[in-house]
Design a protein around this ligand. Structure first.
Ligand code: NAP
Length: 337
């Protein structure tokens, strides 16, 4: 039984949502502790009506813990996961640090739930821009095998954490008031602007965020032949990533067939009526756990191409919801033993 939980990075943008989701979904537990840095240690968190004190994370924090859900920067994840595993705990990690390691399953429950069986103590949750894309790809891939994906992302500032959210709000106020604001999460002004760079240079002119979409997609589908060409852009939207996705499949898929496949798929909601002005938008998808799809249409430039618009709450399905779903899979698999 997995009944003792630790939430690592409990005070961050994703950590806050993980707490909320555990409450919303009535996640079963006996004890729970909330860990962060020395900065937040001592602050109070109310969870399921009880007050908890945030503790500073140390190697001893994981004694007696069964599942740790981590949403910390990569360096912290690199440090704490081995401590947790040594203490006999299973780590569900949101950071980028463990995702591509060979022994670490990278899991999206709607796509490859079976992969959790292969864990050696650590299970990773993908990057937010990858997660919504692979959920959208799954029914098309099952029906007609996707050979190639061209994706452009429109990524919200909350993807850069609490500081990213502050940068947009405070930066916008400064522009409107004609005052100065020093950006903390972004290299450039994000208010009333777009930044076509997320992450550092990584490969052949692509950024680290873009290459995550390439490598993680292949790992999740277990298919190294899928070609992915991504462009990742930060936009002045507080929450929800949007993606324009074009897929090329082995056989043609009509817009009608794609709509039916999306409608039947787990975790997807179709909102698609161009005439009525209905399609997913960050404003309508924020606070929801699903991946929303609209603007479904044939690629008029390529016989086997299909294109659509995809929006999802990056803090929820892109992060917290996916991690909590993985933890739920673990609980269900332990109950089944
Ligand atoms: N935001 C997204 O949309 C998103 C989506 C998918 C994945 N992720 C990943 O999730 C992780 C967290 O992102 P976030 O957006 O929630 O960041 P965030 O708002 O900056 O929060 C980071 C959290 O980690 C804690 N932390 C930092 N260093 C630590 C350490 N050495 N020991 C223990 N706790 C530490 C912080 O504690 P303090 O409060 O004490 O500083 C805070 O609780 C990152 O790896 C990010 O790449 C984010």
């Amino acid at each position: 039984m997995y009944e003792n939980l630790a939430i690592v990075g409990a005070t961050g943008a994703v950590g806050r949502l993980i707490r909320q989701l555990l409450e919303e979904r009535k996640f079963p537990y006996k004890t729970i502790k909330f860990l962060a840095t020395k900065r937040s240690a001592g602050t109070e968190i109310t969870f399921n009506g009880e007050t908890h004190i945030v503790e500073e994370m140390t190697p001893e924090s994981f004694k007696g813990i069964d599942i740790a859900i981590g949403s910390t920067p990569d360096e912290a994840a690199a440090e704490f996961a081995p401590w947790a595993v040594a203490a006999g705990c299973i780590v569900v990690d949101e950071s980028g640090y463990w995702r591509m390691k060979e022994d670490v399953p990278l899991v999206v429950p709607e796509v490859n739930p079976e992969a959790i069986q292969n864990h050696k103590g650590i299970i990773s949750s993908p990057n937010c821009s990858t997660t919504q894309m692979v959920v959208a790809m799954k029914p098309l891939h099952d029906a007609a095998k996707i050979k190639r994906v061209v994706v452009s992302t429109y990524q919200a500032t909350s993807g850069a954490g609490v500081v990213g959210e502050e940068d947009l709000v405070e930066g916008a106020k400064a522009v409107l008031n004609g005052s100065d604001y020093e950006y903390k999460a972004f290299k450039h002004q994000i208010a009333f602007n777009l930044i076509p760079q997320i992450g550092g240079p990584k490969y052949e002119g692509y950024t680290s965020e873009e290459m995550k979409m390439v490598y993680e997609t292949r790992k999740i589908f277990g298919d190294e032949s899928i070609q992915v060409c991504p462009t990742c852009v930060r936009v002045p939207v507080t929450n929800c990533h949007s993606e324009s996705i074009l897929v090329e499949t082995e056989r043609p898929i009509s817009a009608e067939e794609a709509r039916e496949l999306f409608e039947k798929a787990d975790g997807i909601t179709v909102v698609d009526d161009l005439g009525a002005g209905e399609y997913p938008m960050p404003k309508t998808c924020t606070g929801k756990n699903e991946v929303f799809i609209g603007r479904i249409r044939k690629d008029i430039s390529c016989e086997n191409g299909l294109t659509f618009w995809c929006v999802s709450d990056n803090l929820r399905k892109g992060a917290a919801t996916n991690a909590v779903q993985i933890a739920e899979l673990l609980v269900r698999s332990s109950a089944a033993v």
